[in-house]
Every structure is written in structure tokens, then in C-alpha cells.
Design a protein around this ligand. Structure first.
Ligand code: F6R
Length: 364
């Protein structure tokens, strides 16, 4: 059943190029994005003036990524909130608010409760889930399925990527309905998005740098993940994956916050994992790396292929193919999944069945 892989987690990590392709299949119709399942006319979509993304855990991190895309491409304010907070507040919801509920299992108790609340308050709710016919699918006004197929490892990998790609499609659709993206831009973005399948394949083909970095960090007691912009959203997911399966304490911080507290943690050999891909905030991240290294940190940088300069600021470099910043979460998350898995194996952990965790959380 593991298809020749030593564990389900690795098998599922390797399925990700297929998930990207399946999630995108048939979505560009002529020059426009089509998500018919949403059952909303372009006029209705055009009226949307606020988006809330509601989710838990890894699915919440997919939401953090999507916020950047929705605001950049559709110019609609977008908030991302963990479902267990959203449901116990009184969030501002009007009939032109679109609530997007993201849940791999489609049965997370807090996410379902948030869907029910939002609908009572008059919002339209889209579900994004991996499980056909699940409660999230049934209780939402429209649903996008993530096409990951069944995920067995408790830590989510391929369904996370399916969520990120599905939310990216939704951001493109909103950009289209709001007239903030041209047909030409949509076609270009879609084709670059489709290219990420092959780029992820290339990352999967050579894990030697990831293994080397993982071995260097395996004995640590704590690690810090940092990034800016898209990189900060990616950092949260990298840290969660690591703590879940290796029980190594990991925390994520927007790199600009280092000076405001976390830098006090850094001493000789303290692992700092940085998302340092080439993009609008590259130089800023590099200066955070210099500050960390000056205090003895052991820096692992996820960087863009061809970037020689980064070697001066990092002890270990994991190169990934060059992509537009908007798509960097798709490529940069994959080596972090592999990094977490390698550390967990070094530490003798069961990567498929981490302690205390369940694949679906149907109680509060
Ligand atoms: C992390 C993980 C959990 C889930 C969370 C939400 O790897 O699997 O953090 O993401 O429990 O679950 P769903 O997406 O099923 O609502």
C-alpha cells in the first residue's frame, strides 16, 4: 500500500506533483478561471467585499498564504482566523462577506461550527476539503475538492498543497470577477502555477541537501523558522510540521520580529531555518540572517537556485527552482516537509503516527 516507500508520509509527499496537476485540470477555460462547483454567478462574486478564511492547523496556514494572494490579485480585504477563535467572537459578517472554510478531513468540529455561524449571519460559505460528501462539503454553499486522494499520514502534506493550489485558483477567480486581473495576466499566472508541478518534481528528485541540513539540526532542542511576506506564512507550516512529527520544539516568526524578542533565544548552534528565496523581501531576510549568525545561530536557508550570495549567510542551503513570489509557498513548503521527516527519522520517531494527534478532530 505504501507503493515501495518506507512510510506513508514520504509516499504522500511524492504525490504532490500529481495533486497540483489534478487540482488545475480543466480550470482554465479559454482565458478564464472556472470553478463551477461554487455555484455563484460572476455578478454575485463581484459583490464580495470581504473574505474570511477559517480553518485549523495546517489548513489555517494554507489560509495565511491565500490572504496574500486574494489581497494582491483581487484587492479585497481578507482575514484568516483559526476556527476555534472565530466561532466564539462576533466577527463582522454581512451578506457580501465570503467565508472560505478549509478542512482536509471535512469534519473538524470547530470549522463546522464556524460554517454554521457564518451562514446564520448571512454569509456565503465555500468549503475546501479533501473528503467528498464530508460535513464541510454538505454544509457549505459551494465546495472545491482538493484532489489529494486519501491522506493516511497524520501530518498533512499533499492535502496542504492541494489546499494552497485550490485557494490560489480562488484568488485568481476573485481577481477575474473584480476586474483587477486582466485575461492576459490570468493566463500567465495560471501557466506558471501549472509549471510548479514539474518544479516540485525536481525538488523531490534530490534530497541530499535536505538530509544534510536535517542531520545537523536533529540534536537541537528548539528551532526557529523565519521569513517575510509569503516566507512568513511558509515558516509557520515548516515549524508545525517539525514539532508534530519530531517533537522538536519549533516556533515560527516573521523575520522582522526577531529584534523584538526571539533573537534573545539565539546562542551557539541554535538552528534558524529561513525562507530566503529571491523576491521582494530577500535583502531584508538576509540582514536577519546576518544578525542571527553574528550571535552563533546555525542557519539553514531555503533559497533560489543560482543564488550564490546566500552561501555567505548560511551554514546549509537548500536550493529550490525559481518561481514567482506568489507561488513560492508551493515550492518552498515541500523541502520543509522533507526536512521535518528526516529529523523525525533521525530522532527515531514514527512519522506516520505521531503521539497525541488524530487525523481528524471531531471534538472541540
Ligand atoms: C497538521 C495537521 C493538523 C490539521 C488540523 C485541521 O499536519 O494535520 O494541524 O491540519 O487538525 O484538520 P482539517 O484540515 O482536517 O480540518
Amino acid at each position: 500500500e505504501k507503493g515501495g516507500y518506507p512510510d506513508f508520509m514520504l509516499k504522500e509527499i511524492h504525490e504532490q506533483p500529481r495533486v497540483i496537476r489534478d487540482t488545475l485540470a480543466g480550470r482554465l477555460d479559454g482565458g478564464s478561471i472556472s470553478i463551477d462547483e461554487l455555484d455563484m454567478s460572476s455578478e454575485e462574486l463581484h459583490l464580495v467585499d470581504r473574505v474570511y478564511i477559517i480553518a485549523c492547523g495546517t489548513s489555517y496556514h494554507a489560509g495565511l498564504i491565500a490572504k496574500n494572494l486574494i489581497e494582491a490579485w483581487a484587492r479585497i480585504p481578507c482575514e484568516v482566523e483559526v476556527a476555534s477563535e472565530f466561532r466564539y467572537r462576533d466577527p463582522i459578517i454581512t451578506p457580501t462577506t465570503l467565508v472560505v472554510a478549509v478542512s482536509q478531513s471535512g469534519e473538524t468540529a470547530d470549522t463546522l461550527a464556524a460554517i454554521r455561524d457564518a451562514r446564520v449571519k448571512g454569509a456565503k460559505v465555500f468549503g475546501i476539503t479533501n473528503v467528498v460528501g464530508s460535513p464541510v462539503a454538505r454544509e457549505s454553499d459551494g465546495v472545491i475538492y482538493t484532489k489529494a486522494n486519501k491522506e493516511i499520514a497524520v501530518a498533512s502534506t499533499k492535502s496542504f498543497l492541494g489546499q494552497v493550489v485550490s485557494l490560489t485558483l480562488l484568488a485568481l477567480l476573485l481577481g477575474q470577477s473584480h476586474g483587477t486581473l486582466t485575461t492576459r495576466q490570468i493566463k500567465l499566472l495560471f501557466s506558471e502555477l501549472a509549471d510548479t508541478a514539474e518544479q516540485v518534481e525536481r525538488i523531490l528528485a534530490d534530497d541530499s541537501a535536505i538530509q544534510e541540513a536535517a542531520r545537523a539540526c536533529a540534536d537541537a532542542t528548539s528551532a526557529l523558522f523565519i521569513g517575510r511576506g509569503m516566507g512568513s506564512a511558509i515558516s509557520y507550516e515548516g515549524a508545525l510540521k517539525l514539532k508534530e512529527i519530531s517533537y522538536l520544539h519549533a516556533e515560527a516568526y516573521p523575520a522582522g520580529e526577531m529584534k523584538h524578542g526571539p533573537i534573545a533565544l539565539i546562542d551557539e548552534g541554535f538552528p534558524v531555518i529561513a525562507i530566503a528565496t529571491r523576491g521582494p523581501v530577500y535583502d531584508k531576510v538576509v540582514s536577519n540572517l546576518q544578525e542571527s549568525r553574528a550571535r552563533g545561530a546555525m542557519v539553514v536557508a531555503v533559497a533560489t537556485e543560482g543564488d550564490e550570495e546566500i552561501k555567505r549567510h548560511a551554514d546549509h542551503v537548500i536550493y529550490i527552482p525559481k518561481v514567482r513570489d506568489a507561488f513560492s509557498p508551493i515550492t518552498a513548503s515541500v523541502p520543509l516537509q522533507m526536512f521535518a521527516r528526516c529529523i523525525a527519522l533521525e530522532r527515531g520517531c514514527d512519522v506516520d503516527q505521531p503521539r497525541n494527534l488524530a487525523k481528524s478532530v471531531t471534538v472541540e
